[in-house]
Design a protein around this ligand. Structure first.
Ligand SMILES: [Zn+2]
Length: 374
């Protein structure tokens, strides 16, 4: 099924008449990952489900959500978390939910040593918000479904879990959502005014198609075909048939990266050796480059430079500042950086879907009054 991204909010900082704050859904074989959940997230998720039933005929089931990945603690990315978790409790959810987010190394040390948080901890640090949400009832016994609250110093690779009983334990590695086997989640360090990371969701390449024509030509029995298809070599008259000769080329692994808020050329993203889709913030246009540097956001052209550096196949712009009404200038400025490079470029609006198919083809479906159009 590839990977599908639903962009449910393309405004930065605060909602506008046509854009809501951040929140995205990534649907993949193993389930659904939500990346950021700003104010009103659950309403937008609900709306998108309705649209899918009407226009796309497949379901975006909340029970499939295995993980919530927060890119940073700014409230336009997190204020929708608690009401959404509570609604899932009302809906009798029982599936486990993993919550992942970045914090600072020194916050992790303080929490592990049972000390109060250092004075320079930002107000919006996710450690504070996790504790706040737990105090407001977002813990397993109260919600009725298991929730794990996990924080990481992403650059240092240190991860801790804030248990419901107030204890904090150090984890050997960032956990993956329960029962996920085909898709992996990775945190990539980014540059913002508070600890931040991008989130990558990857899918292994699929094994190539079984060569039925060759099997028919050799007049193989069903048992022989079954063995070859299962990866076993088979004796055939005076020779051995190798199972690998009956499989086409493996498809290339897919990966989707959602940047969160970051300055351009964030090291965690540029260190990638290619990705299928990069959904990158583009808060400003070139006339506000200084602003982008000061507040550690990106311009559209900065997003394009990042896409070139990480070898993205397709760049989608999102997270527009209030001055950006329509995305023509954003596209033009990003395109002038991409020049003749093969990187495809598009700009997201609320409700858009981006499909990354198993064969690597990517299409951006634009939401409109009549449904989605290419
Ligand atoms: Zn933001």
């Amino acid at each position: 099924m590839g990977i599908e991204v639903h962009i449910l909010g393309t405004a930065s900082a605060r909602p506008s008449s046509i854009r809501q704050v951040s929140g995205s859904i990534i649907s993949c074989q193993d389930g659904i990952a939500v990346v950021d959940a700003g104010e009103g997230f659950q309403t937008r998720f609900f709306e998108q489900r309705k649209r899918m039933k009407l226009h796309a005929k497949y379901h975006l089931k909340p029970s499939k959500v295995g993980v919530l990945c927060l890119s940073h603690g700014h409230l336009d990315h997190t204020w929708g978390v608690l009401p959404w978790l509570q609604s899932m409790a009302l809906d009798n959810r029982h599936q486990p939910l993993l919550v992942l987010g970045p914090t600072t190394d020194f916050v992790i040390d303080a929490l592990l040593n049972n000390q109060s948080l250092p004075e320079n901890t930002p107000h919006s640090d996710l450690a504070i918000q996790y504790r706040f949400w737990q105090q407001l009832g977002a813990f397993t016994a109260n919600l009725g479904y298991p929730v794990r609250w996990v924080l990481g110093a992403v650059r240092e690779g240190r991860w801790i879990e804030l248990l419901d009983n107030g204890r904090v334990i150090e984890l050997a590695a960032m956990p993956q959502p329960d029962g996920w086997h085909h898709n992996q989640i990775t945190a990539l360090p980014t540059e913002h005014t508070i600890p931040s990371c991008a989130w990558q969701l990857s899918a292994d390449g699929k094994q190539g198609k079984f060569d039925r024509v060759l099997a028919e030509q050799l007049e193989l029995t069903e048992a022989q075909k079954g063995a070859l298809a299962a990866g076993k070599d088979v004796d055939y008259h005076d020779r051995v048939l190798l199972s690998q000769d009956f499989r086409g080329k493996r498809t290339t692994p897919l990966s989707v990266v959602i940047s969160g808020d970051t300055a351009e050329m964030a090291s965690g993203i540029t260190a990638l050796e290619g990705c299928s889709l990069l959904v990158h913030e583009a808060t400003f246009l070139d006339d506000f480059t200084q602003h982008a540097e000061d507040y550690q956001h990106s311009t559209a052209s900065g997003a394009a430079r990042t896409a070139v550096e990480c070898g993205a196949q397709h760049l989608v712009l999102t997270h527009y500042g209030a001055r950006i009404k329509d995305t023509t200038d954003s596209i033009n400025e990003a395109q002038s950086v991409l020049g003749k490079s093969p990187i495809a470029l598009s700009a997201a609006n609320d409700g858009d879907r981006i499909l990354v198919k198993d064969d690597g083809r990517i299409s951006h479906l634009y939401w409109g009054p009549e449904g989605w159009t290419v």
